[in-house]
Design a protein around this ligand. Sequence first.
Ligand SMILES: C[S@@+](CC[C@H](N)C(=O)[O-])C[C@H]1O[C@@H](n2cnc3c(N)ncnc32)[C@H](O)[C@@H]1O
Length: 251
Amino acid sequence: MRLRGRKGIRESLESQPELVVLDAAPHMGKWREFFGNDNPIYVELGMGKGRFISQMSVRNPNINFVGVDMYDELLRRGSEKARLAWAEKGIESPPNLALLRANIEGIETMFAPGELERVYLNFSDPWPKGKHARRRLTHERFVSKYIEILNERGEIHFKTDSQSLFEFSLNSFADMELIMRNISLHLHKEGPREDLVFTEYEMKFMEKGQPIHRVEVVIGEEALRVHRARKLETARLESAQVEEDSESDDN
Ligand SMILES: C[S@@+](CC[C@H](N)C(=O)[O-])C[C@H]1O[C@@H](n2cnc3c(N)ncnc32)[C@H](O)[C@@H]1O
């Protein structure tokens, strides 16, 4: 029987400590103990009903995922969704997923420096009024916290339907002299990108044909090294192709 009411929801959350974390403090710097392995940790800040983080955890069993939101009801829905997603694989309890009830404002008290490898920001609240700019999750004051807790392979992946939040965020990353890649103004223009997992909000906007904006921000030293090496290799292949083309034009 499904528990109802605020007390019922709280009881349901408290009854699944292997999945739902109501106090991050004891886990700070010790998330690998929670998961029981050294796999990289990817976090979604503001997971909502949890579709993205659940599907990601199923698709990537060698990565640990933490979905953060501040509402009990969303955690409850997320836990149901995650269990259903893993049940299809015959596994009762998601082995590589934690759903954390917390306010992102205090993120530096939830994860230790270098503890995370990726931060996902999916359809974060846009806070359109200028006076609320500091609340946007891509404001410099948040991004500097993410940089602290990301490791040498660290990246931030950001998706939004909001053009104004996207513009604000690109400027925020650029002002911090961060390297951005794979910038897209209309992610699903050529059809749904099935290689990426859609969030609940994303599916609503896609149905309406609204463009989704996306960017990846390369933070860690190793991530930057790999990014630069790939760019060099692409440039080398492109110039080899140009030479090949001009030789065949000459013949
Ligand atoms: C617009 S929804 C997006 C949900 C989901 N990522 C998606 O794309 O479907 C934003 C979510 O962020 C959560 N959120 C906003 N500010 C937060 C904060 N300071 N701490 C924790 N969660 C927050 C909200 O509760 C909400 O679930």
